[in-house]
Design a protein around this ligand. Structure first.
Ligand SMILES: Cc1ncc(COP(=O)(O)O)c(C=O)c1O
Length: 382
């Protein structure tokens, strides 16, 4: 007997870097974390309090498959408040993180053999999950010439397509699509029958004045993925949501019932409270904003001339090819010799990833500053 062909997907390498860092800590070593793709803070205080109360007072059984109705109503209201678009709570499906939304979106919108475009660099699980489902991930290389964005011209070169994944702000580049760029992409896709899936997980974490639009401001036939993991600082609570278009609400509900039954109840209770914790969460964003110039300044001092925009999310994606080593071997050396964990670009870009590193600046300013000091010093002493 053999494992299925569909399970022969790439690992999520950053998890391996995290494991190596963890092993070093277990062996008594110290690690400064520039590899982790998660906030260094806990969930907002109000979310923790709500969870504690629910533990004492509630049965915490399954919820309806689409999620706790009050949570879905509150999420729908957020689109009216923030983006000026009406969303029916009926179209909001609470998921097991954005990752749980991938399964609902990909299985409801695509058939085996369909072709869905993803950018390289891009978040690796898009292509790995698509492939596990028998959907062809059409990997489109992007670079600094388009600010690492997909464009209508790039999509046209790789057509015909059934779908495209866009992320704004994106992981690992931090690129934000301008309203005009988003509109142009949506225009191309609706003219060619391409379903747009927008991963909006880094909404709320931005460092420029430019507006960050939701796909819903341009397109009601696409799918929006969101999560409480990043802005709300709740990675381990495993709650996110999907905003489904008319034709996919029922297919997604059926998939949700069968694949997951419901998202974690305790997480949903906490998430509802977290939606009113903006003041606390903005302090996290202020910390990322303070860390960003430390990282960008450090990369400049390391001689990195190609660095993706880092306008949102909490990552800097930088070309390190001038250092004459692969990213994997540099990251190994930095962990062993400096106690600094960094992610090699191979996760995000199967083609050019060994020329890039991703630095996460979600940790404390003190740790980020010290980690960058060590990296800059290492390059200087080389
Ligand atoms: C772009 C992007 N989408 C989705 C996810 C998955 O997040 P979740 O914890 O909501 O499953 C991540 C996690 O790093 C991410 O960076």
């Amino acid at each position: 007997m053999a494992a299925s062909r569909r399970s022969q997907i790439d690992p999520f390498h950053v998890m391996e870097v995290m494991r190596a860092a963890e092993e070093r800590v277990m062996a008594g070593g110290e690690v400064l974390h520039l590899e982790v793709g998660q906030p260094s803070t806990p969930a907002p205080a109000a979310a923790i309090e709500a969870a504690k109360q629910a533990l004492d007072a509630e049965r915490l059984g399954y919820t309806p498959a689409k999620g706790i109705p009050r949570l879905r109503e509150r999420i729908a209201r957020r689109y009216a408040d923030r983006h000026g678009v009406e969303v029916s709570p009926d179209h909001v499906i609470v998921t097991v993180g954005a990752s749980g939304g991938f399964s609902l979106a990909f299985l409801s919108a695509f058939d085996v053999g369909d072709r869905v475009a993803v950018s390289a660099p891009g978040y690796p699980c898009y292509r790995n999950v698509l492939e596990a489902f028998g959907i062809e991930a059409v990997v489109i290389p992007v670079d600094a010439s388009t600010r690492f964005n997909l464009t209508p011209a790039l999509l046209a070169e790789h057509g015909p397509l059934d779908g495209v994944l866009v992320a704004s702000p994106a992981n690992p580049t931090g690129t934000i699509l301008t309203p005009r760029e988003l509109e142009a992409l949506v225009g191309h896709c609706s003219a060619h029958g391409i379903r747009v899936i927008a991963d909006e997980i880094y909404h709320g974490i931005t460092f420029t004045d430019q507006p960050v639009q939701s796909l819903l401001e341009h397109d009601r036939s696409g799918i929006v993925l969101q999560s409480f993991s990043k802005y709300w600082s709740m990675t381990g609570w495993r709650v996110g949501w999907v905003v489904a278009p008319d034709d996919l609400v029922q297919p997604m509900e059926r998939l949700k019932q069968n694949l997951f039954i419901s998202a974690p109840t305790i997480g949903q209770v906490a998430a509802l409270a977290a939606l009113d914790a903006d003041e606390e969460l903005e302090a996290n964003v202020a910390r990322y904003a303070a860390n960003r110039p430390v990282v960008l300044g450090g990369l400049a001092a390391m001689g990195c001339t190609t660095v993706a925009p880092a306008d949102g999310a909490f990552y800097a994606y930088a070309d390190i090819s001038h250092l004459g080593r692969t990213a994997s071997s540099l990251c190994e050396t930095w962990l062993d010799d400096l106690g600094v964990a960094v992610t090699p670009g191979i996760d995000f870009d199967p083609l050019h990833g060994e020329d890039f590193i991703r630095i996460s600046f979600s940790e404390s300013t003190e740790d980020v500053t010290e980690a960058m000091r060590r990296l800059v010093g290492w390059v200087g002493d080389r």
